[in-house]
Write a protein that binds this ligand. Structure first.
Ligand SMILES: [Zn+2]
Ligand SMILES: [Zn+2]
Length: 101
């Protein structure tokens, strides 16, 4: 870790000596104790030694990947009447005729 990265949860700098985990999805870092990294101190030490692997997805990526939050995409049906400017003009004709009389 060479760049100064900020914790996804608390927005503080993740210094080298802090225990932090990078998000598998966006690559951002989060302190082990910030939010739900699912890492215990014990597991983190094992992770540092490469004895275990740990998958972590930050809250934001979890939210974005959760399909229940995404709204169904509305199907845009473009009819010729909606985009035709003469259609609205035609709709105004009866009243215009009435005024001219
Ligand atoms: Zn933090
Ligand atoms: Zn993420």
């Amino acid at each position: 870790m060479t760049d100064r990265v900020r914790c996804l949860a608390c927005d503080r700098v993740v210094a080298d000596h802090y225990q932090a985990k990078d998000c598998d999805s966006c690559g951002g870092w989060q302190h082990r104790g910030c939010g739900d990294t699912g890492l215990s101190k014990y597991k983190y030490s094992k992770l540092q030694k490469g004895l275990v692997t740990h998958e972590f997805t930050c809250e934001r990526c979890k939210f974005l990947s959760d399909s229940s939050h995404s709204l169904p995409i509305p199907i845009m049906e473009s009819t010729s009447e909606d985009v035709n400017p003469t259609a609205s003009h035609a709709g105004m004709l009866p009243s215009n005729r009435f005024l001219l009389k």
